[in-house]
Design a binder for this molecule. Sequence first.
Ligand code: NDP
Length: 319
Amino acid sequence: MAPEEKSTAQTSQRAELLEGTRISDDIKREVATEIEELWRKPEQRPCLAAVRVGDDPASEVYVKNKIRACEEVGIRSEHHSLPCSTTASELRELIGLLNSRDEIDGILVQMPLPEGIDEAAIIETLDPEKDVDGFHPVNVGRLALGRPTFVPCTPAGIIELLTRNEISIRGAKTCVVGRSQIVGRPMAQLLTQHDATVTVCHSRTQDLKSVTRQADLLVVAIGRPGLIRRDYIKSGATVIDVGMNKISEESIARDLFGDDAARRMETIKRRGYTLVGDVHPAEADTVAGRRTPVPGGVGLLTVAMLMRNTVKAARLRRG
Ligand code: NDP
């Protein structure tokens, strides 16, 4: 259906869902094949070290998912789980050791770190050649200059999602809401490199909806559950929802999820919460051409791209 047609059928239409499952599986399969071709012996395969400090339950789940993905594709992994009491100098010491160990190709430090540890200073202690998250200033600078680098996994995954779904980026009017170091900023840079016309919005943007509803491609990464409603979205637009927010109130779930509300309220009863993005799904469905679901959208691609970056680090380091 053409975007114009979608715009006229506001009550009956539903946006096409851009699921992350198929594409993340494809990327992981490609990574697995590359590993088998390049490193026949298991002990030579790329190795990722994951470092987690403290007992944040969400971080624990994220790291577990990353380690599981390593197992799926044939990347070796180490999980360093440190107590909340870890000091910045102890953490720096561990990272120094991981930097110096030749068999380690990639290091990821799961954020957030406990209060009192300066995250930016810790990132600077990583060897940029092992910085598979692409957060080290050297890699951030290379990305800004348009030079080959480790691109942060979430925005890199979004580019894969768009290109593999044949959604045109060149010349598109795009809006990125959020300007964080890990999503918004690198996303805007990548879209610019792909020849989109990019507007970046943030918490000080005035009359946000008047800007977002100009965009044919809208990427939202703000951490505000369901903030982007119908009147923020151009008819027929592609909406990429990066947000991952937990909600536990059934009344909010009823408002956000429309037809899906019963299932989501069941999840809240069972698990205590359900996940919602920054986009109001029920309202977005009545106006957008396509949107990514939460969960099941961008998050899956983030993990797949981490696998790809780890293999890239191993290839580059080992010549
Ligand atoms: P940050 O908190 O680092 O940044 C949020 C950004 O949103 C800031 O630039 C902030 O503006 C802006 N912002 C906040 N409120 C508003 C508002 N009301 N209107 C406009 N802009 C606003 O968040 P992250 O980028 O780290 O994460 C954003 C979301 O994405 C979170 O829900 C997070 O959980 C999720 N996420 C998901 C990932 C995935 O794999 N799916 C990966 C990473 C994050 P300002 O700069 O002015 O403060």
